[in-house]
Design a protein around this ligand. Structure first.
Ligand code: GLN
Length: 470
């Protein structure tokens, strides 16, 4: 059911110094409008790669700026890491470089991955390539916009609570959040370590699978990385059952219609449909934000201004220097999470929030694993709205958090999920996500590949003619 991938056009762009220079100019010119890159330098990237006879060899990719790529920036979208250059590469990045893949540069994100539309970046605005007045989604907004605009065929992102799937959804491309531990987190700057994973945003399911196969696998540098204990069975024709939500309250009208159409799409592929209800959806958001903030408050304590990153020039002693560094270096959303995390972890009160959230997490894991004994895949919406506008009509930070309810469930349970495009209304992409049992990424990609018989996404670049004049 998988299609052949032909990447010869991409490979040609990196095949000589002259071609690379052309490609670099083309990227910069597109990026004037898209705003995806924080650092763009395919020449420097090409010099890092090892020549290999691998299908990814010579193919360019982009890396979210919270994932280490040696000799490139690693700002995490934060002022506190302005000018920080990474001395090493993440394991996932190294595995791509060893295959001869060419990093084109580092792409924009919400500060430390906290947010849903990439407007929490300290550096620049990234637009949605389908509509310049709309957000690209987040926090891996630069990764999704770069793929949707046709700048690179794939990009690495990170998904703590939806940050790969949600921007992929807003930008009409494929977004895979792997099983927790399937891809090494070595070199991913920590936000909420027990929830997050490096993920892939790509223009086809086949490429997503190829990149996943290349970067996955245990790594001695990440003790939580592991291989599949037993591999879930592949999808077998005539035996595929998709669990779908009977209750779609709270979704925007277009998104609800898109979800229903996707259910019909699955039915027309011959798959069985089972209506389910998922209690987890009503308590996943509070559990997620309690745990994510608690872990963030511990992980971000390393930014003291002492060993690396920015240092405030004010303050008479070490404590006041650190306080001033954090005051100047962190944005509002990051400060909010640190305060919230410190609050839920304070001594004597852990039972009230943190332990309760962990109990909910255990319950969610159990609910999902019970469901997967009945269905092969679960189909959920990704986000209650399509890509929303910048400015006054944007979702507030609180609305954004509530809107995470469909994505955080997979992170709390540690299971893989893939968001994929299923349509386009009013010039904006629509999509849904599949969730699968641990280590059943191949099921997700196979099903999304089959769904291309129903809907084949276009690239935003054709829609907006971003290539004009290049
Ligand atoms: N929107 C969620 C948050 O801000 C998810 C972010 C992510 O997956 N990195 O925490």
């Amino acid at each position: 059911m998988h299609e052949e991938i032909d990447h010869s056009a991409w490979r040609a762009l990196t095949s000589s110094t002259a071609q690379l220079t052309d490609y670099h100019h083309r990227l910069l010119s597109l990026d004037d409008r898209v705003g995806a890159f924080l650092e763009c330098d395919p020449h420097k990237g090409a010099s890092l790669t090892c020549a290999q006879d691998h299908p990814l060899s010579g193919i360019p990719f982009a890396v979210k700026d919270n994932i280490a790529l040696k000799d490139f920036s690693l700002t995490c979208g934060s002022k506190i890491l302005q000018d920080f250059i990474s001395p090493y590469s993440a394991t996932a990045v190294n595995r791509l470089l060893e295959c001869g893949a060419v990093p084109a540069g580092k792409v924009n994100l919400d500060e430390f991955g906290m947010g849903s539309d990439t407007t929490n970046s300290a550096y620049r605005r990234t637009i949605n390539p389908w509509h310049a007045d709309r957000v690209p989604g987040g926090s891996s907004g630069g990764s999704a916009a770069a793929v949707a605009a046709g700048m690179v065929p794939y990009a690495l992102g990170s998904d703590t609570g939806g940050s790969v799937r949600q921007p992929a959804n807003f930008c009409g491309v494929y977004g895979l959040k792997p099983t927790y531990g399937a891809v090494s987190r070595y070199g991913l700057v920590a936000y909420a370590s027990s929830l997050e994973t490096i993920g892939i945003i790509a223009d086809t399911p086949e490429l997503t699978q190829l990149v996943f196969d290349t970067i996955a696998g245990p790594d001695p540098k990440d003790q939580t990385s592991r291989s599949a204990s037993d591999t879930a069975a592949p999808l077998r024709d005539g035996q595929v059952t998709i669990g779908v939500l009977s209750d779609t309250d709270g979704l925007d009208e277009e998104v609800r219609r898109g979800y229903r159409e996707a259910v019909e799409g699955c039915r027309s592929l011959g798959w069985g449909i089972e209506q389910i209800s998922l209690d987890a959806l009503s308590y996943a958001v509070p559990a997620y934000y309690t745990i994510a903030a608690a872990e963030a408050s511990a992980n971000l304590a390393r930014y003291t201004g002492i060993r690396y990153g920015q240092r405030s020039l004010t303050g008479a002693d070490v404590q006041s220097m650190t306080r001033a560094t954090r005051e100047e270096g962190f944005g509002a959303e990051v400060k909010l999470r640190i305060l919230l995390g410190t609050y839920v972890l304070r001594s004597g009160f852990q039972d009230q929030y943190y332990i309760r959230a962990q109990k909910l997490r255990t319950k969610i894991r159990g609910d999902l694993s019970a469901l997967f004994s009945r269905v092969s895949l679960l189909m959920l919406p990704v986000f209650p709205t399509q890509a929303y506008p910048f400015g006054a009509d944007a979702l507030t930070p609180f609305q954004q958090k509530l809107a995470d309810r469909y994505t955080v469930t997979a992170n709390l349970a540690g299971v893989p999920a893939l968001s994929f495009p299923t349509g386009n209304v009013s010039g904006l992409p629509l999509g849904v996500q599949f969730l699968a049992p641990e280590f059943a990424e191949h099921r997700l990609l196979e099903a999304a590949g089959a769904y291309r018989q129903i809907y084949r996404p276009q690239q935003a670049v054709h829609h907006l003619s971003l290539t004009e004049g290049v």
